[in-house]
Design a protein around this ligand. Structure first.
Ligand code: ZN
Length: 185
C-alpha cells in the first residue's frame, strides 16, 4: 500500500482529483531543487472519493499495490497450472504423453484468454484505483508547499504571506527556497 498526502482540486461524481507534491520529504525536496505551489512537477491523481471529501480538503490517498502484485504472480503461475491440468486430463482419457502434451498446449492457450478476461475484469473494478482513506480536515494539518511535508500551522517554524495567502514551512530551508523562487517571478 502506497500512501500520499495531497489537496483535492476537483470533485466529479465519486472521483476526486488530488494534487500531490512529487516529494513528500524535505531531503527529497533538496535533491529535487526548488519547487513552489502549482509549479509543474506535481502529481495529479484521480482517487475514489469514498469518504466524501470536499474541494480544498487535504486528504490521504492510498494506492493498493498488493492486488497488482497478486495479478503479476497469477500471470506466471496460471499458464503453468493450466498446462499441467491439460496434460493430466488428456492423459487420463488417452494414454499417450504426446496427446497429453497437445492437451497441455490447448489449455495453455486457453489460459491466456482466461487471463485476458480476468485482466479486463480487474481493471474495470476499483482494486487498482487510488482511494481517499483519510480527510485531514483539522486546520492544523497543512502541506509545506516546498517539500510537501505535513506540518502543523501553529508550530510551523516559518511563515510567509504572498499575494494575500499565507504559506507555512517545515523549516527555514524550505522558506528560503520559496522566497528565492518568488524573486524570479
Ligand atoms: Zn519543507
Amino acid at each position: 500500500m502506497v500512501e500520499d498526502i495531497g489537496k483535492v482540486t476537483e470533485i466529479k461524481n465519486r472521483i476526486a482529483t488530488v494534487e500531490i507534491p512529487q516529494k513528500t520529504t524535505c531531503s527529497g525536496c533538496l535533491a529535487k531543487g526548488i519547487c513552489f505551489p502549482n509549479a509543474a512537477g506535481r502529481n495529479i491523481i484521480e482517487a475514489e472519493n469514498i469518504l466524501d471529501a470536499k474541494k480544498g480538503d487535504t486528504v490521504k490517498v492510498s494506492v493498493r499495490t498488493s492486488i497488482s502484485l497478486k495479478a503479476g504472480l497469477l500471470l506466471f503461475i496460471l499458464p503453468v497450472v493450466f498446462f499441467i491440468a491439460g496434460f493430466l486430463l488428456v492423459q487420463i482419457f488417452v494414454n499417450s504423453e504426446l496427446a497429453g502434451f497437445g492437451g497441455g498446449i490447448v489449455f495453455l492457450i486457453g489460459s491466456f484468454f482466461f487471463l485476458k478476461f480476468l485482466n479486463n475484469k480487474i481493471s474495470k473494478g476499483a482494486g487498482f484505483k487510488p482511494i481517499i482513506t483519510q480527510i485531514l480536515r483539522d486546520m492544523k494539518s497543512y502541506i509545506d508547499p516546498v517539500c510537501g511535508m505535513e506540518i502543523d500551522k501553529e508550530t510551523a517554524p516559518a511563515v510567509c504571506i504572498y499575494r494575500g495567502e499565507k504559506y507555512y514551512f517545515c523549516n527555514s530551508n524550505c522558506y528560503e527556497k520559496f522566497i528565492k523562487n518568488l524573486s524570479f517571478i
